[in-house]
Design a protein around this ligand. Structure first.
Ligand SMILES: C[S@@+](CC[C@H](N)C(=O)[O-])C[C@H]1O[C@@H](n2cnc3c(N)ncnc32)[C@H](O)[C@@H]1O
Length: 231
């Protein structure tokens, strides 16, 4: 499951990505776990994951961060058997529901990782390997003192960028207009040179499957905001 030269990434991302207090607050468990069907393997601290070892070949890998109950990633994995998928969430309750659904349908190209997203990307993910990151309806954390918990910040944009392969995509959706504006500001502040940036309102930029929140909000007629970065 881990690469031969599984040195931890050192000094590649800001050490202060999460302040210690927030980091403790976020961390759902002392160890992160990879779930392959009903088997759970703890991830040893700071070892870089090898996707071919997890999946058995070099096919492209898409990752959904904050997958919740996993409606989107399950639908997408079923429709795209030639692509590998990883659903990531730190909330065992939501991840457990998605895992249960995925396992029941015996979806061979889908795995789940229970982990805090920043730490996972910073310490465990190989650089230049993910073809698409999906980040849909991340919690907006409206109170200023909680902004450090937001999934889309300039520091995390750098991590997504580094983990994407050339031409890779970062797909984002939110129903929170203020957070959407902040995301674009964070993009400007990050100084990253993406090959393309697109945005839209009420029009999905990436193929059709919907997340649980998306389906619910769409049915309620709520305006939805989409952002896409191409490396
Ligand atoms: C509002 S829900 C959206 C769920 C799903 N993406 C959807 O659209 O239906 C946000 C999800 O992100 C997860 N999450 C939030 N912050 C996270 C973090 N730092 N690391 C991992 N998961 C996180 C939460 O546990 C929750 O399941």
């Amino acid at each position: 499951m881990y690469s031969e030269n599984n040195e931890a990434h050192s000094g590649e991302a800001a050490e202060d990505l999460l302040p210690l207090s927030a980091s403790r607050l976020f961390r759902p468990a002392k160890t992160f776990s990879l779930f392959a069907f009903s088997q759970e393997s703890p991830l040893p601290p700071s070892r870089v994951i090898s996707f071919p070892e997890i999946f058995g070949n070099e096919a492209p890998v898409e990752v959904e961060i904050g997958c919740g109950k996993s409606r989107f990633i399950i639908d997408r994995a079923v429709k795209n058997p030639g692509i590998h998928f990883i659903g990531v969430d730190y909330a065992g309750k939501w991840l457990g529901i998605g895992r249960g659904r995925g396992e029941k349908r015996k979806i061979g190209n889908l795995r789940f990782i229970k982990a805090e997203a920043f730490e996972l990307l910073r310490d465990y993910f190989p650089r230049g390997r993910v073809s698409v990151f999906h980040v849909y309806f991340p919690d907006p954390w409206p109170k200023k003192r909680h902004w450090k918990r937001r999934l889309i910040r300039k520091e995390s944009l750098r991590l997504f960028y580094d983990c994407l392969c050339p031409g890779g995509l970062l797909e984002i959706a939110t129903d929170d207009r203020d957070y959407f504006e902040v995301m674009k500001q964070e993009h400007s502040l990050s100084g990253l040179k993406w090959a393309g940036v697109r945005e839209s309102r009420n029009e999905r930029l990436f193929e059709g499957e919907k997340t649980n929140y998306e389906a619910k909000y769409e049915a309620g007629g709520r305006p939805l905001y989409y952002l896409e970065f191409e490396k």
